[in-house]
Write a protein that binds this ligand. Structure first.
Ligand code: ADP
Ligand code: MG
Ligand code: MG
Length: 247
């Protein structure tokens, strides 16, 4: 599904942050990327999603058989790449439901499909709201306006379930992931994943991996993947930290 080869990326000022990343994700897999602060984890997720803040200087990102290096972020989203916190803006007057409805229909339009009927949309909203224990009044609230950390998380995971991407990238940058938020993310990912999609979970919290079983765990340090293992690697990292790998 995703094949990243020898990926180098720099900021617009020419500072190289990703220094030769190789990563292959197949359908049905969950990959976790861990690593010390400043390693380049968020940059990697941004570069896969196509954020224009970074420039690919070498290497390739292939998604579903095609290079997406030149694709704009929207095109990548339409092809089925979802990045959490892609839509973190507050939009007073636009409800959680109406926002996601617009996003779904924009994607359908880009794919040459008809708008989703109100009936189908309602059924999908109900189904996913139930999975995440989302109440009706939450669905009517203005997007992100006055949302608590947990509510933001819930909305983000709701967006993922509603958009049903092929590859979901969740970047858990916040140090404020309390136990409720961890559960929301874990329940969301576990109900999302199936044999046809994949998840790239970026976190420096081993605890999250107590609830989500990754197939592969990668350690990113100084812009490179320096070690890959299975979920036992996450436990080892929790016990030993990163220094034994980095030095
Ligand atoms: P992580 O998510 O692993 O903590 P980041 O990807 O956020 O790491 O950042 C990696 C390194 O690149 C850090 O040193 C950060 O300061 C730097 N960096 C990231 N984005 C930019 C940018 N747009 N301009 C300058 N430096 C950046
Ligand atoms: Mg950071
Ligand atoms: Mg980060």
């Amino acid at each position: 599904m995703l094949k990243v080869q020898n990926l180098h990326a720099s900021t617009q000022e020419g500072i190289e942050i990703l220094k030769g990343i190789n990563l292959e994700i197949k359908p049905g897999e969950v990959h976790a990327i861990m690593g010390p602060n400043g390693a380049g984890k968020s940059t990697l997720s941004s570069v896969i999603a196509g954020k224009e803040e970074y420039e690919i200087t070498e290497g390739d990102i292939n998604f579903l058989g095609d290079s997406i290096n030149e694709d704009a972020p929207e095109e990548r989203a339409h092809k089925g790449i979802f990045l959490s916190f892609q839509y973190p803006v507050e939009i007073p007057g636009v409800s959680v439901t109406n926002f996601i409805k617009a996003a779904i229909n924009e994607t359908r339009k880009a794919r040459g499909q008809e708008e989703m009927s109100a009936k189908d949309l309602l059924a999908l909203v109900r189904q996913n709201a139930e999975k995440l224990n989302i109440k009706k009044d939450f669905l009517g609230r203005s997007l992100n306006e006055g949302f608590s950390g947990g509510e933001k998380k819930r909305n983000e995971i709701f967006q993922m379930l509603m958009l049903d991407p092929k590859l979901a990238i969740l970047d858990e940058t916040d140090s404020g992931l309390d136990i409720d938020a961890l559960r929301i993310v874990a329940d969301g990912v576990n109900s999302f994943k199936n044999e046809g999609n994949a998840v790239l979970l970026i976190t420096h919290y081993q605890r999250l991996l107590d609830y989500i079983q990754p197939d592969f765990v990668h350690v990113l340090a100084d812009g490179k993947i320096i070690k890959t293992g299975d979920k036992t690697l996450a436990l080892e990292l929790e016990a030993k930290g990163y220094d034994w790998l980095v030095n």
